[in-house]
Design a binder for this molecule. Structure first.
Ligand SMILES: [Zn+2]
Ligand SMILES: [Zn+2]
Length: 377
């Protein structure tokens, strides 16, 4: 629900050409047009989605972007009048009306959630609480106090819902029809407003919403949950809820796209001799054999231990980076052993003073030598 596959929605393959997409759109748009599905909010939502899908897939640039980033990409979300899309495909003479709107539509609202890598990986459903304007439970959105004779015919339009206005223009006198400003087209006005919502028909309500995470979602994405926004007024459609995703920092793993990074700390003797390590992964600990002679910065790839690729098949990897640590504190015994090791492999260990003496000897007190010495000290 949260992540909509536009191709699936239109019933076409990912390689479908513009003509196929248009044909599929035409068929579905006619089937779900609100004029044919009066009062069916599911059809209305579907109609909205089909138009969004067509708006994106019929535009080469938007389609390429969608293919790369998926529906959750904030840049892809279509914002515009869906009836404009419909009209552009069917033309004005289709016999269908334009916007079908009763009442005032509810506003879209937004919220944010913070999720863990594990939740993003599994594509869990997260429950979150949102505050929205819901239909007033006392008056059921009717605005008038229940039990009272709280409504009467609108005095401005006499119940017609529309008013005629005569305007003088360059072409002479013209009559225009407008939605009645007093009753907003309802033909009735509230005389005794509901005690709970004060006649607004809506009240502030806390509600629990299920957010279905697409597998592999990352921070910065936005999900749209249809009809979880503010309630409409006087029969208007419900708005949508936009959920912004934040990622919680994982204590051990860093995320880089589909891959996870683990910084393995190992001593230089472990790097030189080779050793097995227990590596944390999102599937639980894994054993990694670090071979003898491992150089600092070497990367090991644990295939398929990363994040699912968003809207694609497959998983990223976990990359283990060998961070070879040089000891900063040595016990006398460890120092002895290292000195013995140095001697064995022919690494010269010079004390500072002896090297200074040696250099002085080499350069015979020349000016240049003094400079070198000053820099080395
Ligand atoms: Zn009320
Ligand atoms: Zn009126």
């Amino acid at each position: 629900m949260a992540s909509i596959d536009y191709y699936e929605l239109l019933g076409v393959t990912k390689t479908a050409d513009g003509k196929e997409i248009k044909t599929a759109y035409r068929k579905l748009a006619l089937q779900y047009h609100p004029d044919r599905n009066q009062g069916n909010s599911e059809a209305e939502e579907k109609f909205k989605q089909i138009n969004e899908a067509y708006a994106v897939l019929s535009d080469d640039e938007k389609r390429a972007r969608y293919d790369r980033f998926g529906s959750a990409d904030p840049g892809v979300q279509y914002s515009g009048d869906i009836f404009d899309i419909f009209a552009s495909v069917f033309g004005g003479g289709s016999g269908f009306s334009g916007r079908v709107q009763r009442g005032v539509p509810g506003e879209d609202i937004e919220t944010e959630i913070t999720i863990t890598l594990e939740q993003a990986r599994a594509g869990e459903t997260i429950q979150t609480e949102v505050e929205r304007l819901g239909t007033c439970k006392r008056c059921n959105g009717e605005r008038a106090e229940p039990g009272s004779d709280g409504r009467r015919t609108c005095p401005t339009c006499k119940g017609a819902g529309q008013v005629r206005q005569q305007v003088q223009s360059f072409f002479g006198s013209m009559v225009t029809q407008q939605i009645c400003p007093e009753c907003r087209g309802l033909g009735e006005v509230v005389t005794t407003p509901c005690n709970e919502c004060r006649g607004a028909g809506r009240t502030r309500q806390k509600e629990s919403v299920d957010v279905g995470l697409p597998k592999g979602i990352d921070g910065g994405y936005r999900l749209r949950i249809p009809r979880a926004g503010n309630a409409g007024q006087d029969g208007g459609p419900v708005g949508d809820l936009y959920v912004y995703i934040n990622m919680e920092k994982h204590p051990e793993l860093e995320r880089e796209g589909d891959d996870l990074i683990y910084q393995l700390k190992l001593g230089f003797s472990q790097a030189a001799l080779g050793s097995s390590f227990e590596i944390p992964t999102l599937d639980g600990p894994e054993v990694l054999q670090v071979p003898a002679g491992t150089q600092p910065g070497r990367e090991f790839r644990l295939r398929g231990k990363g994040m699912p690729k968003l809207r694609q098949v497959g998983l990223g990897d976990e990359i283990v980076i060998a961070n070879v640590e040089v000891p900063t504190k040595l016990s006398p015994r460890a120092k002895e052993l290292l000195e013995a090791y140095a001697q064995e492999v022919g690494e010269e260990i010079h004390e500072h003073e002896t090297l200074v003496q040696k250099l002085k000897g080499l350069f015979g007190g020349k000016k240049k030598g003094d400079k070198e010495e000053a820099r080395a000290s």
